[in-house]
Every structure is written in C-alpha cells, then in structure tokens.
Design a binder for this molecule. Sequence first.
Ligand SMILES: [Cu+2]
Length: 370
Amino acid sequence: MNLLPRSLLRWLRLLPLIGLSIGLVACGSSPGNTYDPYGDNARRIYELLIPIWWMALGVFVVVEGLLIYAIWRFRRRPGSTAMPAQVHGNTQVEILWTIAPAIIVLVIAVLTFRTQAANAVMPEDALRIKAIGHQWWFEFQYPDAVADGKPIVTASDMYIPVGRPVTVVLESQDVIHNFWVPKLAGKTYMIPGKTNFLTFTAEQPGIYRAVCAEFCGEAHALMRFRVIAVDEAEFNRWIEQKKTPPPAPAGTLVVNGLTGDAARGQAIFLDARKQCIACHAVEGTNARGLVGPNLTYYGSRQTIGAGILPYSPENLDRWLREAPKLKPGNLMSRVLTPQWIRQNLSDQEIADLVAYLDSMKVSVTLPPER
Ligand SMILES: [Cu+2]
C-alpha cells in the first residue's frame, strides 16, 4: 500500500518544475535585467511594460478561464451517447472578440507612441558621444572634447557623466549593429550610411553592461561594452587626462615570470614589421591605424577584446597569444594567425608589449557594478 494517496504523488512530481521556475525567475538580479532601470530612457520603457503586462495577464485569465470553463461544463458525461448540439458562428460573440482586442491594441499603441516621443527628445545641452559599431567592438568618440584637432577616442568603455543627458550618435563601419545598455536605454540600430540618435541620462553612478543586440557575424556574441557613469567632476577629470597623449613609457612589469620593459614594448609596437601600427593608433606616436581599437591609455581599460576578458596584464598576455582561440573570427587574427605569432613574437616581446600597453594609465575612481 502507498503511504501517500496517488493523486498527491502525482502533484509532488511537479515540484522540480516549480523549483526550476523559481530558480529561473531568481536570475532577475543579472546586469541585463530591464526590470531594474537606472536611466530615464530605460525607466520609460519599463513603465510602458508594466501596463502592457497587466493587460496581457487580463487577456490570459479571460481566455484561459473561458477555455477551462467550456472544457469542464461541456465535458462528456458517463452514459451520454448523444451527439452534442452542433453550432456554427455567433455574430454577437464575434463582434465582441473583434472589438475588444482592437481597443486593447489601440491603448497599447497610444501608450507606446507616448513613450517613443518622450524617449526621442534631444535636449540642446546634451553631451554628444559618437558610437561606431565595428565587427566586433564599439568605438567611442567625444566630439565635445577635442585635443590637437581630433576628438578623444576610445573603445569598449564608454564614460558618461551622471545626471546629464547624453546623446549617442550611432553609426556603423561595416554591417548593422545594435547599441543596447539594458539598464540605461532601449536598443537602437547602428546602420552603415545612416545616423541614428539615442538620448538617455544615467540616474546613478555605476558600471553598466552593454551588448550588440543585432546578429552581425561570427563574433557577434562576443561584442560587448560597458557604460561607466561617474559624477560630472570625475568625468571632466577623465576627459582632461585623455586630452594629453601618454608620456614616454618607462618601467617594467613582471608577466608570467618574464620581466617586460615598457620602453622596449613601445619600440616593438611601433616597428612596422610587427604589424600593430597597421591597425592600431596610440596618440602621441606614429601609430595611426584605424582598423582596430585606439589603444591610447589602454592600461585603464576595464576589459579586453570587447568585453570578453576582464582587464589584467595576465589576460592581455593571453589575448596577444590566443586571440584566435579566445575570439574566433576576430579581424586581428586574420593577420596575427597562431603561426604568425609563433614566428614573429617571442615570449619576451609579448611581455614587453604588455608592459608598454599596461603602462599607459589615466586615474579614475570607478563606480560600483550594477
Ligand atoms: Cu554587432
């Protein structure tokens, strides 16, 4: 004999499923959570989502309720053999279920247009930042902060001031990308040959994760960036430091047991045979390549390879050796193939390059991760 009635046992079998659902819902604290906005743009989208969510719940309850009621009320009863009454159509019901959804959709449309209009406002005093999508990394230019006739340029870390509207001018170098900072602003396309605009204000200091949200080729899933929102004074301090090119490199750094020399690293970096300057720029040197990210003050970056590794000299060493494996398809590895690296960069040269790139630093006080 069973200890528990059969029907109860059957319900118990649902427990793992319920546990799994609760577990998945608990993923809510992730950095991509749009239910936890920290910016006005994302907050408006969130505030649009909530009424739509309730309307959807209402539709669900009414439709499923009617369905369950019909199944129960008109179920086959024991002993009944007769065919149920066969009906076709009911004009009143059909009018009702055409008009009711139309009204719901209309309400959603009005709410959506209101949100879109509010999010499209571009205040005159907004800070402009140009964001350019590349396969597979994001470039950021600060046209309001010009040094030596050129805007400050960086990649993967987008610094913004807290509490001040930022208008991101979105462009693409190659294919269609999509700029998405889930906790700050809605997705916006970066389209080659067309300029889009996205305005938002970060309400609190923080490091916000962001991604490319449009499939753009082999390494699309490894195309990330961070928005680093700091208070206005700190932001201006960052800008001012970036306006001056890095000083002549000096000092050494121990990476994986080898002592890298920053000055020697710079010489390797600038040596045309080592290829780096064909694709990378560093302000104040004759490295002016535009294919890859601008590496000025690289030592202050938060990540390596468009967000795939946290920044550290050890990870930079890994990137220079294993980029083809760490980020399959990346455009640097078309030239720096595993074989090319083996033949052209010794362990010592890699240590020197790491020491050089790591030596270029600006000082910033980082806000918390959100
Ligand atoms: Cu992309």
